[in-house]
Design a protein around this ligand. Structure first.
Ligand SMILES: [Fe+2]
Length: 255
């Protein structure tokens, strides 16, 4: 029997809360300059990340063919991504409100900006663009463990927002999915999309002696504020990729 959403007003309401933010990617509107900016960012970042990012990230780039020239077309990318983990990306014109964002994640949908930075802003961004959203986030959505973990953080995020505890899940997300580090093959490597997509902070997060790196626990991370307007003074280091997947899958809003 098929699930009829019209018989379930809650599911229908949850869906409409995020569907209103989705737009067409408008891939044909990207100019030759836009595609050249993508290619330059991609080449520079991959060269920087080799040996500094978790192996699953580089695997994801290959599996999704993100190294093909130009800004990825979401339909084509989604064919590969959905076949692997059931995740798909939709285009949005800018930041999505937290409630809609976590509802999307719970449905294995990731929002991607329908624009790319200019060449004059290669290293400075006011809002996440498609390079951050696709290059930074999507490779890990092709990893089965992170695919589950991202759906789980979507569900607990919805609960947190309903409970008026949005900051708790924002910190959890920030210190793992965006700016998390993790141990792999005896080294500390980049996990988070904010680091993987940043030329300056990727290196600094691993190598800057003045930055604190603390072992990740859900309790510590959710108790720790973060900066969204500057480099982080503190990064959380998970014991392994499996450990951060488990932590996110098990995360429960404390009483
Ligand atoms: Fe992000």
């Amino acid at each position: 029997m098929f699930l009829d959403l019209h018989d379930n007003p809650i599911a229908e309401e949850e869906q409409s809360s995020w569907r209103a933010h989705v737009v067409d990617q408008g891939w044909n509107k990207f100019t030759a300059e836009d595609h050249a900016v993508w290619d330059e960012l991609y080449a520079r970042q991959v060269a920087l990340l080799r040996g500094r990012v978790v192996a699953a990230f580089l695997d994801g780039l290959d599996l999704l063919d993100l190294g093909a020239p130009g800004v990825p077309e979401l339909g084509r990318m989604n064919q590969r991504l959905q076949a692997r983990t059931g995740w798909r990306c939709v285009a949005v014109p800018g930041l999505v409100p937290d409630e809609a964002f976590f509802a999307m994640l719970a449905a294995r949908i990731f929002p991607v900006g329908n624009f790319i930075r200019s060449r004059a802003q290669l290293d400075y961004l006011e809002e996440p663009d498609c390079f951050h959203d696709i290059f930074g986030h999507v490779p890990m959505l092709a990893h089965s463990g992170m695919a589950r973990a991202m759906e789980a953080i979507g569900r607990v995020g919805q609960q947190a927002i309903i409970a008026g505890r949005g900051e708790w899940v924002a910190r959890l997300y920030w210190h793992t999915v965006e700016f998390g580090l993790c141990r792999e093959e005896g080294e500390v490597r980049i996990l988070g999309a904010g680091l993987a997509s940043s030329f300056g902070e990727a290196r600094a997060s691993l190598e800057d002696a003045g930055i604190e790196r603390r072992r990740f626990t859900t309790e510590e991370a959710t108790a720790s504020p973060y900066r969204h307007d500057a480099m982080q003074p503190l990064y959380f280091v998970s014991d392994s990729l499996d450990a951060v997947v488990q932590a996110l899958e098990r995360a429960e809003l404390p009483a």
